[in-house]
Design a protein around this ligand. Structure first.
Ligand code: SF4
Ligand code: SF4
Length: 247
């Protein structure tokens, strides 16, 4: 017992002070992409051709974060002259069209936020549905329950039954085989309910985009309230989205 207490004392308080205090992620982390509008047009075209996700609009000089898997190829190829990645992990948006960005993001829709705050202000229970994800998005959601992030201190929990949930968090590209299970889970959640799409898979199909075995995007099946881009999104990106939209 004494050993346990001593150990606890030595460990100290490990929970992150975020969002009260800013967190700096390591230099190698790729967050919000910054598109340099003054870059030569040919460079934009070269980067667009090299992008494995067809995520670059070379003409308008924008990146579709819904498709981007943050591989960094465009940054390497342009040596940071067309695209450079910032360490800003606050990437979530409430409207799908806001995923097209040059590095500026609008604040999360205020009207919707007020609506959800009123509904779920102190308690938000979520059911996670892995709709054929590769398990990386799921792992980075799981990690929110660890002492460092301690999601429960904000009144947000993942629950086992959709009947106990206020909404669903969907990962994966929604394969044909998972579609019915996803829709049944959504139906089982009592209204009012929310739908949160986590990762490029439910946003656009991610690396599986174009496959006949997946849905074209979660929003073609269900009304999505929050889009969290990344492949996978950093746990802080998930946390920021949940707190900013619902709390
Ligand atoms: S980082 Fe995104 S936009 Fe750039 S090449 Fe990779 S997938 Fe395309
Ligand atoms: S978005 Fe990327 S990390 Fe997440 S499930 Fe799809 S492939 Fe895996």
């Amino acid at each position: 017992m004494l050993k346990t207490l001593k150990n606890r004392f030595e460990q100290g308080y490990r929970t992150s002070a975020y969002p009260k205090k800013k967190i700096e992620l390591p230099a190698r982390y790729r967050g919000l992409p910054l598109v340099h509008k003054d870059a030569p047009g040919e460079l934009a075209v070269t980067c667009a051709a090299a992008c494995p996700q067809d995520a670059i609009d070379a003409e308008r000089k924008l990146i579709d974060m819904g498709r981007c898997v943050f591989c960094g190829a465009c940054e390497r190829l342009s040596e940071g002259r067309f695209v450079s990645f910032t360490r800003n992990f606050e990437l979530s948006v409430a409207e799908k069209e806001h995923l097209m960005t040059d590095g500026t993001l609008p604040p999360l829709a205020e009207h919707a936020r007020q609506h959800f705050k009123k509904l779920f202000g102190r308690s938000l229970q979520l059911r996670q549905v892995s709709a054929a994800g590769c398990n990386a998005c799921e792992a980075d959601l799981n990690v929110l329950a660890t002492p460092f992030f301690d999601l429960a201190r904000f009144g947000i929990n993942f629950v086992a039954s959709p009947r106990h949930a206020d909404g669903i968090v969907v990962t994966g590209p929604v394969s044909v085989n998972m579609k019915t299970a996803l829709l049944q889970t959504y139906e089982a959640v009592p209204s009012p309910k929310v739908v949160i799409a986590v990762g490029s898979c439910p946003l656009s199909g991610g690396p599986f985009r174009g496959s006949p075995e997946i849905s074209p995007g979660l929003d073609s099946l269900l009304p999505v309230d929050l889009y969290i881009p990344g492949c996978p999104p950093h746990p802080l990106t998930n946390l920021h989205g949940l707190l900013n939209f619902f709390k």
